[in-house]
Design a protein around this ligand. Structure first.
Ligand SMILES: [Zn+2]
Length: 381
């Protein structure tokens, strides 16, 4: 008896997005809302693969404070280049690619819009690939587990297009050897960042995903005696309501970046490190009166399992209210229609899991998806 467990990852396919647009697939039996982890995909995706929280697998936000070991030290010389040319996406994208090549990085690497003068304070987390066995995460992934347990599997190549990866999976299905597959479909996330959750393009993209997934499922059923299908996501998507120019708010204090404080402005979160107590008090005071968001204290960070004793990800955290973007931020110079990375308890943050089998009651968080994978693969035996 030949069985295939087909796991399909759809980036950004939130529970609320599903409730708005639906998702047809004749094989789906159970649909469940899952809680995501606090932060961005850089923390959520490893949480799915390891079944652990960021404080255990140690991957959280992409940029972390480490001026000593920063690979960006040379960037301070670039800060004198004309901003209107070198702060655009393309030149920065090419520079990211060049750095990737020179340093032999294998992970997803982008310097986004982080100012050249500020890059030397940071190191970057995703220098190497964790979608391969023996990757860079502190705890093992489902792929390590497959290797240890002699499970033949196939995982998409995240560098390639969705169509490429769907065809690559079909070829593996033709061969008939794999028992587990991880199909990686990331572009719905980008469509919703660009157009929001309600746009026609989003509806079209979901329809396309429905068709593709049904097609792969049917294809697998022709080759295997039994196929189980599991569709899941890392987080949801929230339509943008407004923005706050937090960089200006902080700069208006007169405090000096690099002398008094260092900050990383993610699109929904600002993280600070302090060089003196006065800077800490001034910024903490200022943020506590901001109506656009709130300070996330250490107790809450611990509760959300993203607290790090060495403070590499920040000493003080400010999170904007759902729908409010930090703009400009170090991840973009324009407010875009959709974003994630707000509080994980907000409805638009929730991710989902659909299965052709029943989903156990104790599966409630993206960190539980790993359990479902292991169970499905074990049941084949
Ligand atoms: Zn995204």
């Amino acid at each position: 008896m030949k069985k295939l467990s087909l796991f399909v990852f759809i980036d950004g396919f939130g529970w609320e997005v599903y409730k708005k647009h639906g998702f047809n697939n004749k094989a789906i039996d159970t649909r469940k809302k899952l809680k995501t982890t606090f932060g961005f995909s850089s923390g959520a995706d490893p949480s799915i693969l390891t079944g652990r929280y960021p404080d255990e697998h140690t991957h959280w936000s992409s940029f972390y404070y480490d001026p000593k070991n920063s690979p960006f030290k040379f960037c301070k010389y670039l800060s004198f280049l004309p901003k209107r040319i070198f702060d655009r996406f393309r030149p920065r994208h090419y520079l990211s690619r060049a750095m990737k090549f020179i340093n032999g990085y294998t992970g997803y690497f982008e310097i986004y819009s982080v100012p050249f003068a500020h890059l030397p304070y940071f190191d970057y987390l995703e220098k190497h690939d964790y979608f391969v066995p023996n990757g860079i995460l502190k705890t093992d992934t489902i792929f390590d587990w497959c290797v240890q347990n002699d499970i033949p599997y196939h995982c998409s190549n995240w560098r390639k297009s969705e169509t490429y990866n769907i065809n690559a999976l079909k070829e593996k299905i033709d061969e008939g050897d794999i028992e587990f597959s991880y199909l990686y479909l990331p572009t719905l996330d980008g469509v919703m960042h660009t157009y929001g959750t309600e746009h026609e393009k989003t509806v079209e993209k979901i329809k396309w995903l429905e068709d593709q997934i049904s097609n792969v499922y049917d294809y697998a059923n022709d080759k295997y005696d039994e196929v189980s299908l599991h569709i899941f996501s890392d987080h949801g998507m929230c339509d943008t309501q407004g923005s706050v120019d937090l960089i200006k708010v902080i700069e208006n204090t007169g405090l000096v970046y690099g002398k008094d404080y260092v900050a990383m402005y993610d699109s929904t979160m600002a993280r600070f490190w302090f060089m003196n107590d006065e800077a800490r008090e001034t910024i903490e005071d200022l943020l506590s009166f901001q109506s656009s968001g709130k300070i996330v204290d250490d107790d809450e960070l611990k509760e959300m399992r993203v607290f790090f004793e060495d403070r590499r990800f920040g000493e003080l955290f400010f999170l904007t209210n759902p729908g409010i973007l930090i703009n400009p931020s170090y991840f973009g110079l324009q407010a875009i229609p959709g974003m994630h990375g707000f509080h994980p308890d907000h409805k638009d943050s929730h991710s989902l899991m659909f299965s052709s089998t029943s989903i156990d009651e104790n599966i409630n968080s993206i960190t539980d998806i790993r359990k479902v994978m292991e169970k499905e693969i074990r049941d084949e035996k």
